[in-house]
Write a protein of this length. Structure first.
Length: 588
């Protein structure tokens, strides 16, 4: 309030005082006074490409670099698999690390640090990727979650420079206030920036972008000139916020050299969008308490712990029995895998605690399990994590991307690792019928919405726990070229994997799904042709009718191509690499 009424000079000592104190309570109270977000003004919106290539062409992918930086602390990077072939992912760091899919480039921290790396790709990449013409910078806390074929070919490729909007701030002052209260940037540096913004009378209420993700055609001389001008405004205060200096660049008129666009709000913000999401900053690494003697010289002992009374359920069959077999077969020389329901016998292991074992063993016994083993990793599946249970685990194994992100935000001291939910091995790799649209729903009838008008055209193949032994339903999968995966809202189960879509992808089928499914947009992108707009019967009818009328045509071919991308991101190889990356990070 002092800054707004008496000016930034008068408020500076108060902000510095906040910096020296704990922000937890004062920040929460003060943030309630911040201005609400306003409609953006003064930005060019990024237009989508109408008719596009569905797959990013290999030759084009080889000219694009996705890059990030992390200096002075260990990068927390998820494996990058199933993404466009030829697309390079580079992490510049001074801490050695190995992560599947990432090229790790060890360099000393450059002058200007992360800000220089974000602003000047044409300088940072010139030796490492001299042939790259386009680049996508992502902040080190951002992780890829979506379909990059769609992002690049539909939204980014025609643009000189594209950014995401600030998740909450409507102008430079609102952004500065939030930065000062949250401590995301140096208070001294931000205060110096806002003093300059105020002195230059930067316009208010015209929107402001976030620089956590920046797309650039950095080989274009006009873009290069604009990045040099941006760095000239920022380099004297490198600890400041690049977003504030970018707003100054707009005010100075440099944005006439190359077009700066902001992606539409329907895709999300820099905080969370359908392609990238901000992971919790400052995630703590797991520190094994009881490393077994000679662990690095022998196979890592891994035990999957389940509940005996739930042995015949899907919960145990999938993520304990089947997953343990897959790990043992994939890494016979690296891991010594055991499956048990006897919690008292597990010692000196990396323990994967199945949902059933979490539910049926008391907290004191789970705490004892943690104390006597190398590490204890929970697998909550679709249950909400109980706050009192979180301390008895060293890490969480998440089955879907939204779950991993939410757990890391809620429990940054107990990192969550995404391990894609695998497809039942009984489901065959096949292609569906080609004569006409044949639609099937695989699952419990109570878990889906199917209008009465569609009863005769959507077959229901029941999948219940007792059927996991016979696998009759899996043998019927090749009979359908379209899987109805519409999910009825279930408030009792917080998380759901995209498993029905993974099954469809393995069977060469397309899917019909609601647009608001928590995983759909990540895997299918925003222009997948067979979305239902809602669970309203009329919208569900229209989604099926669209698929029926499109059968064999352009939209059908497009949907099939996108489902092949889903298949690549849900393969057994993907699951195994993610599992190994989790174990490697836990034992690092």
């Amino acid at each position: 309030m002092t800054a707004r009424t008496a000016g930034w000079s008068a408020a500076a000592p108060l902000f510095r005082q906040i910096e020296c104190q704990s922000r937890s309570q004062s920040s929460r109270l003060a943030q309630s006074l911040l201005a609400p977000p306003l409609t953006l003004e003064g930005f060019h919106l990024t237009p989508p490409v109408g008719e596009r290539e569905i797959d990013l062409p290999l030759e084009l992918a080889r000219q694009i670099v996705v890059y990030t930086t992390r200096f002075a602390r260990r990068p927390f990077l998820p494996p990058v698999l199933g993404q466009p072939e030829g697309l390079r992912f580079i992490c510049f760091t001074d801490v050695p690390v190995t992560v599947p899919g990432w090229e790790i480039v060890i360099i000393p921290e450059p002058v200007g640090g992360d800000a220089f790396a974000a602003i000047c790709p044409h300088l940072l990449l010139k030796d490492v990727a001299p042939d790259a013409a386009w680049s996508l910078y992502i902040d080190s806390d951002q992780i890829p979650v979506g379909n990059l074929h769609t992002l690049i070919m539909r939204w980014l490729m025609p643009q000189d420079i594209a950014v995401w909007r600030d998740p909450v701030a409507s102008d430079w002052q609102a952004r500065a206030e939030r930065l000062l209260l949250t401590g995301l940037r140096s208070v001294t540096a931000v205060l110096a920036q806002v003093a300059t913004c105020a002195a230059e009378n930067l316009p208010r209420g015209r929107g402001i972008s976030d620089t956590a993700m920046i797309w650039r055609h950095h080989a274009d001389p006009a873009v290069t000139r604009q990045m040099d001008a941006w760095w000239a405004l920022h380099r004297d205060n490198p600890d400041g916020d690049p977003g504030l200096s970018l707003d100054r660049l707009r005010h100075h008129g440099h944005d006439t050299q190359a077009t700066l666009t902001v992606l539409p709000e329907a895709l999300g913000t820099s905080e969370t969008n359908i392609f990238f999401a901000r992971n919790a900053p400052g995630l703590q690494a797991v520190r094994p308490r009881r490393p077994a003697p000679g662990l690095r010289q022998r196979k890592v002992p891994i035990t999957f712990l389940y509940a005996a009374k739930w042995r015949e359920t899907g919960v145990t069959m999938f993520r304990a029995i089947q997953l343990s077999r897959m790990v043992a077969l994939a890494y016979p020389d690296l891991f010594d895998v055991t499956l048990t329901s006897e919690i008292d016998t597990v010692r000196d292991q990396v323990v994967i605690v199945n949902r059933g074992a979490i539910q049926f063993n008391p907290l004191d016994q789970l705490a004892d399990l943690k104390a006597h083993n190398i590490a204890s990793v929970s697998d909550w599946l679709d249950l909400p994590v109980r706050p009192k249970a979180n301390p008895v685990f060293d890490a969480h194994m998440a089955m879907c991307l939204p779950q991993a992100l939410a757990l890391n935000r809620s429990y940054p001291g107990t990192p969550a690792f995404h391990v894609t939910h695998h497809v039942n091995p009984s489901v065959p790799h096949c292609s569906g019928p080609t004569d006409r649209l044949r639609t099937g729903y695989f699952g419990r009838p109570a878990n889906t919405s199917r209008p009465g008008s569609l009863t005769g055209v959507i077959d229901v193949v029941e999948v219940v726990d007792a059927g996991f032994t016979a696998q009759d339903w899996a043998r019927q999968a090749p009979l359908y070229n379209c899987h109805w995966i519409v999910r009825e809202t279930d408030h009792l189960q917080q998380w759901k994997p995209f498993l029905k879509a993974f099954v469809a992808a393995r069977c060469g089928a397309v899917v019909i799904v609601t647009r608001d499914d928590m995983n759909a947009m990540h895997y299918l992108g925003d222009d997948y042709p067979f979305y239902a707009d809602s669970l309203a019967p009329s919208d569900l009818e229209m989604a099926w009718l669209k698929a029926a009328s499109a059968f064999g045509g352009t939209d059908w071919t497009k949907a099939q191509a996108i489902m092949r991308q889903v298949k690549a991101r849900s393969s057994d190889h993907q699951v195994m690499v993610e599992f190994k990356a989790m174990i490697d990070e836990i034992l690092a």
